[in-house]
Design a protein around this ligand. Structure first.
Ligand SMILES: Cc1cc2nc3c(=O)[nH]c(=O)nc-3n(C[C@H](O)[C@H](O)[C@H](O)COP(=O)(O)O)c2cc1C
Length: 319
């Protein structure tokens, strides 16, 4: 095929040149990565989640190395929405890629107020709702673990903006399809699947939890099969696009997510060890589509059960 396959993707009204988002909390504002990676070759940066009030975060240690991944319990450290909007956001506007704001909260009203103020800013192209937070009004139950609570948050945030609203689902649920459907019905334009998986590590010399917060979120390749299944199940439950994430490091990993039903992917933990991962995946993905004679990514999305049916055109992925 002579033309270069398109990697462009649309999430609601948000159009991105590449299907690669940088995961919230894993890419900062892009500043540290700019000397190491070509930010014109990424889809968007999802900024660190911001809350209504400033947060100091959890006690140290906040990060623990694990086999094939890491546990983190940062505790949503951030300066709060007032400081963030007045002193920080304008600095990020220089980035040569789209910025997606991320909202965290402890009440439905928190989400709505922070979403409204973030979305009102020109620097912010879309908003992601991090619903993996405890609801103080219901004994600390995580919003994203309950379809009804998820719907309340999404409805409230939806009423504040027309910009693309991405709802980031928690994997710590029994039935992710039910939460996905609730988010879609309440007005989400896209889903991000998945956030980190709850976990714990114990120091057997000190007889103490390794994380200051006791529990944390597991990320990296260790969670990839959990994430691929979650995307697969969510994709069958909804019609809105899905941003797949959880342990993506290579083209093969990314392809698993597209075939499971993701329209875009997000790269988080891999950036900590190799900031060239997103650029490499984009280059290799384009070559993969060209080799197989596919015009765009749509040809792959959700095709996990279909089988590749044109072997006469296809001479392997090695060359
Ligand atoms: C250190 C760290 C901080 C994170 N902070 C946030 C955050 O503030 N908001 C959020 O929605 N997700 C946050 N995440 C989750 C990631 O964005 C991502 O969804 C998750 O780690 C799975 O992808 P990965 O395996 O590629 O990292 C964080 C993850 C890590 C490792």
């Amino acid at each position: 095929m002579s033309t270069v396959p398109s990697l462009a993707v649309r999430l609601g009204s948000l159009e991105l040149p590449y299907p690669t988002l940088m995961g919230s909390g894993c890419y900062g504002t892009g500043e540290e990565f700019a000397p190491l990676a070509d930010l014109t070759r990424i889809g968007a940066i999802v900024l660190k989640s911001v809350t209504r009030l400033p947060r100091l975060g959890n006690p140290m240690p906040r990060i623990v190395h694990t086999p094939a991944g890491m546990l983190n319990a940062i505790g949503l450290q951030n300066p709060g929405i007032d400081w963030y909007l007045e002193r920080e956001l304008h600095k990020y506007a220089e980035r040569p890629c789209k910025l997606i704001g991320s909202v965290a909260g402890f009440s439905v009203d928190d989400y709505a107020r922070v979403c409204e103020r973030l979305a009102a800013r020109a620097e912010i192209a879309a908003v992601e709702l991090n619903v993996s937070c405890p609801n103080v009004a219901s004994e600390g139950e995580t919003f994203g673990c309950d379809p009804g609570l998820t719907a309340e948050v999404v409805r409230a945030a939806r009423s504040t903006t027309d910009k693309t609203l991405i709802v980031k689902l928690s994997p710590n649920v029994t039935d992710i399809a039910a939460v996905a459907r609730a988010a879609e019905a309440a007005g989400a334009d896209a889903l991000a699947v998945i956030n980190t998986v709850r976990g714990m590590a114990i120091d057997v010399d000190a007889w103490r939890p390794r994380l200051g917060n006791v529990a944390g979120g597991l990320s990296g390749p260790a969670i990839r099969p959990i994430a691929v299944l979650a995307v697969y199940e969510a994709a069958q439950a909804v019609r809105i696009p899905i941003v797949g994430q959880g342990g993506i490091e290579t083209l093969t990993d990314a392809l698993e997510f597209f075939l499971a039903g993701a329209s875009a992917i997000s790269i988080g933990t891999a950036n900590f060890t190799d900031p060239r991962v997103p650029g490499r995946i984009v280059t290799e993905l384009q070559a993969y589509l060209a080799r197989r004679g596919l015009a765009d990514l749509g040809a792959l999305v959700g095709k996990a059960n279909q089988g590749f049916t044109t072997p006469h055109q296809y001479e392997g992925d090695e060359g």
